[in-house]
Design a protein around this ligand. Structure first.
Ligand SMILES: *Cc1c(COP(=O)(O)O)cnc(C)c1O
Length: 381
């Protein structure tokens, strides 16, 4: 059986190579060499570590296998993966991006792309007609995130692919929240899938990493060229940690998702909560579209408290979750999006999108659900 025919749980554990080809060791070692001997002056499989490294190749092959891509790319951070994918655009091009984006992506698109002569429109991509209306003769790509972050807006990926095909646009999707285990965008026709592997794929809050993959051989060639040209590649040691994290993704994500579902239901019934966003709730607005393109609700939820003073009280009371901008770790992470993950976005833009000072996001970890609930409940006044 070719590795690509294995089911996801098997692929996560065995990845592209499940032992070191040179020694048979149970894990692919951390190859620290920066350069490789050219026997008789001729380059072998590897020539210089920026261009290729066996430890990095392990996670590059893993993401390609998991998403159904022809080739994977590993970068020093999720933002490098995003910046590298957006390098497929050139001066004079126009980009349409989801208006509810990760703060760093918002910063890159609104701050860096214009300096390169690339214009953009931020559009509510849950509204297919609005996306069509934003297309200009210069539009070359769609940059999407679903579920969006932190307001869980659900973009219909099949509808976006259809619009993109009609208008010859490249589609890029930040798949960080779902991971390839719950959402496989390339199978729906998305061109480039991107991950902040810092989050669920790494899973232990101990590395920064980015991954990208595509099923299109020409896009893969261009991404490979940019990766080598920029040089912001994932280090061998971080590649090893990422490969190790990927092996346990299924058990981690499924356990966290079960706890997230339970917490979401309890929070929804709690009088301190004004509003809650979690795709697993029966009355979640994007539920039907989400479950037509993803197999799970994930392990992140957002909620809004009734008063600003309640936020301060909760943040002062809470003990188990780390209070920080991030998600996808084994430990529960509580984020005040206004001041942390979305700090890069100016106040008026955040308010326009519905991100208020009363909004909190929880990435549910692997702690006991009752301990988490008791800790949360004590802070909800
Ligand atoms: C964290 C995150 C990023 C950025 O990734 P880094 O690894 O921090 O550079 C991009 N998109 C989403 C959805 C994220 O959560």
């Amino acid at each position: 059986m070719a590795p690509s025919e294995y089911r996801p749980a098997t692929l996560l554990v065995h990845q592209g190579k499940d032992r070191d080809p040179a020694t048979g060791a149970a894990t692919v070692p951390v190859y620290l060499a920066s350069t490789y001997h050219h026997e008789g002056g001729v380059a072998g499989e590897y020539d210089y570590a920026r261009s290729g490294n066996p430890s990095r190749e392990q996670v590059e092959d893993a993401i390609a296998l998991l998403e159904g891509g022809v080739r994977g790319f590993a970068y020093a951070s999720g933002m490098t993966a995003i910046g590298s994918a957006l390098s497929l655009l050139k001066s004079g091009d126009h980009l349409i991006a989801s208006s509810d984006l990760y703060g760093g992506s918002w910063r890159f698109i609104t701050g860096v792309l214009p300096q390169q002569g690339i214009t953009f429109s931020l559009v509510d991509t849950t509204d297919t007609a609005a996306v069509k209306a934003a297309i200009t003769p210069q539009t070359r790509a769609l940059f999407l995130e679903t579920p969006s972050n932190p307001l869980f807006k659900i973009t219909n990926l099949r509808a976006m692919v259809e619009i993109a095909k009609e208008n010859e646009l490249i589609t890029m999707l930040d798949n960080t929240f779902m991971t390839p285990l719950m959402q496989r965008p390339l199978e729906l026709g998305i061109d480039v899938t991107i991950h902040s592997a810092t989050k669920f794929l790494g899973g232990h809050s101990d590395i920064l990493a980015g991954l990208a993959t595509t099923a299109d051989a020409d896009l893969a060639k261009r991404l490979k060229y940019f990766q080598n040209a920029f040089g912001a590649v994932l280090s061998p040691f971080d590649s090893f940690l990422l490969s190790r994290g990927i092996k346990t993704l299924k058990v981690r994500l499924e356990a966290s998702q079960t706890t997230a579902q339970e917490l979401a239901e309890r929070l929804q019934a709690h009088p301190a909560i004004a509003r809650i966003w979690f795709p697993g709730l029966a009355d979640f607005p994007g539920r039907e579209v989400h479950f037509s393109q993803a197999t799970g609700a994930g392990a992140v939820l957002s909620f809004e408290l009734k008063e600003k003073t309640q936020v301060k009280k909760l943040l002062e009371s809470i003990k188990l979750p780390i209070i920080a901008p991030s998600l996808g770790g084994v430990e529960t992470i509580l984020t005040h999006c206004w001041s942390m993950s979305h700090a890069a976005i100016p106040a008026e833009d955040k308010l326009k999108q519905g991100i208020t000072r009363k909004l909190l996001r929880i990435s549910v970890g692997l702690e006991d659900v009752e301990d988490l609930w008791e800790d949360l409940e004590a802070g909800l006044v």
